[in-house]
Ligand binder design. Structure first.
Ligand code: GUN
Ligand code: ZN
Length: 443
């Protein structure tokens, strides 16, 4: 067992709302293997209360530092690191001019490996310990990502991007080499083979990944839905209701469905463990469909502001009660930093506040990027928190990391002021260490 002494931030699980943060100014975090050999939190609380019980343990002391749950990024694209900051009129021209040309390169295993290494290093530098991320339509891109993720013992989820129409040929799924299977059939065979190879290995997970309805044929969406029914603990990830031109296109391609979101429901792609990025332009029937199926939204505020897509409606989501959490959406999103994402979420909620009076507290923002995002993934109590039993992935924050952070955090009179100072002024410099649960050794 290992013990760490510092200030500790975590979230309540035994009271409503569970988004409330618990903060020990002088805390102790005790980590040790559970029955499955996985490193989990064994005890957490005030140092003075736990000190005697763990008197035999050597304690790593980090004075003036804050231990907090590793961040959970609900949606990103590992192949889009080079696309960050590419300006376009909106989503569709951005895909055409920047994103598809870059994603074509991931047919190469070497290109994919280097990009996966860089991406995972950025996650760690920014304190993200769990991520759901797109690969490209090339199986090599998935193999490369899982191979790198496994070396880091991280809880990372990805999947082969399903895209069999309306994109450049070399960015899409390819027909099988023996000519027996067309691109659609081959993409579904590849998906199933990748599920069997990687899902549940160490802490890795597979996500069935139709890019969005406009780039999949009905046959591909149907096949994806069938796989989703056969593998219920595999995740699903896609995009929905991000941009008006995208919505018009999806409605034209699937006119029989009640709405763009309903298209996914009609193909069996809305269920628990289904994470839909954006979910901006919804009506209440869409919200009820999310709620009723247990699907969750990945809210991507830096991306939505950068691409001019719109503003996630927090009040609408809470009124109907569907699950959501925060996401970087790199490379439509502009930053890996959870602090930048939380700040952008705050701006977006402020925009909505003029209509509804709703305002996000710093504790709620932080929850949405940790325990709340974990809940959206169906991993509540597994990651995103530091309660006993949670996997011991955490960050060590240095509130003195910059002169301005030091000045401002020293003035904080309560927890909300402290958290807001870090959300507004923080970036990768605030993350002094990212500690990954180490029980699972790389092969
Ligand atoms: N919709 C379909 N593909 C994408 C993508 O790569 N990024 C974003 N933001 N939206 C999409
Ligand atoms: Zn995306």
């Amino acid at each position: 067992m290992q013990a760490y002494r510092a200030a500790i931030l975590r979230f309540a699980t035994d009271r409503e709302p569970s988004r409330a943060a618990i903060y020990e100014q002088d805390g102790l975090l005790v980590v040790g293997a559970n029955a499955q050999g996985r490193q989990v939190v064994q005890a957490v609380g005030p140092y003075r209360a736990l000190r005697k019980r763990f008197a035999d343990l050597a304690v790593t002391h980090w004075p003036d530092r804050i231990i907090a749950p590793g961040f959970v990024d609900l949606h990103s694209h590992y192949p889009q690191t080079n696309v960050i900051g590419s300006p376009a009129e909106g989503l569709l021209p951005w895909l055409e001019h920047y994103t598809f040309p870059e994603e074509r390169r991931f047919a190469s295993p070497d290109y994919s490996s280097e990009a996966a290494q860089f991406f995972i290093a950025e996650l760690l530098r920014n304190g993200i310990t769990t991520a759901l991320t797109f690969a490209t339509s090339h199986p090599a891109s998935v193999q490369a990502f899982f191979t790198e993720a496994q070396k880091h013992c991280m809880r990372l989820i990805t999947g082969l991007c399903l895209m069999d129409r309306h994109a450049p040929a070399d960015a899409m799924n390819q027909a099988g080499v023996n000519g027996k299977h067309d691109a659609t059939e081959q993409s579904l065979l590849d998906t199933e083979a990748l599920i069997q190879q990687w899902h549940g290995i160490d802490r890795l997970g597979y996500a069935i990944t139709p890019r969005f309805a406009p780039t999949s044929s009905a046959a591909q969406l149907r096949g994806a839905g069938e796989l989703a029914a056969r593998y219920p603990d595999v995740w699903i990830q896609s995009h929905v209701a991000e941009n008006q031109a995208e919505i018009a296109w999806a409605r034209q391609l699937f006119p029989a469905s009640r709405s763009y979101l309903a298209t996914y429901a009609d193909f069996g792609l809305l269920r628990q463990r289904a994470i839909y990025a954006h979910c901006i332009h919804f009506d209440d029937a869409d919200r009820a469909l999310m709620q009723g199926t247990g699907a969750a939204a990945a809210v991507c505020p830096t991306s939505n502001l950068f691409l001019g897509s719109g503003f996630f409606d927090y009040a609408g989501a809470d009124r109907v009660g569907f699950c959501y959490g925060l996401a970087s959406d790199v490379g439509g999103g502009t930053s890996f930093s959870p602090f930048h994402t939380m700040l952008a979420a705050y701006y977006v909620a402020r925009e909505g506040q003029t209509k509804t009076g709703l305002c996000l507290s710093p504790q709620q923002l932080w929850w949405q990027h940790t325990a709340g995002a974990a809940q959206a993934l169906g991993l509540a109590g597994v990651v995103g928190n530091l309660q006993p039993g949670c996997e011991a992935d955490f960050v060590v924050l240095n509130p003195q990391a910059t002169p301005l952070l030091a000045r401002k955090t020293a003035l904080a009179a309560n927890l909300d002021e402290l958290l807001f100072s870090m959300i507004v002024l923080g970036d990768d410099r605030l993350v002094e260490q990212t500690v990954i649960s180490q029980a699972i050794q790389p092969r």
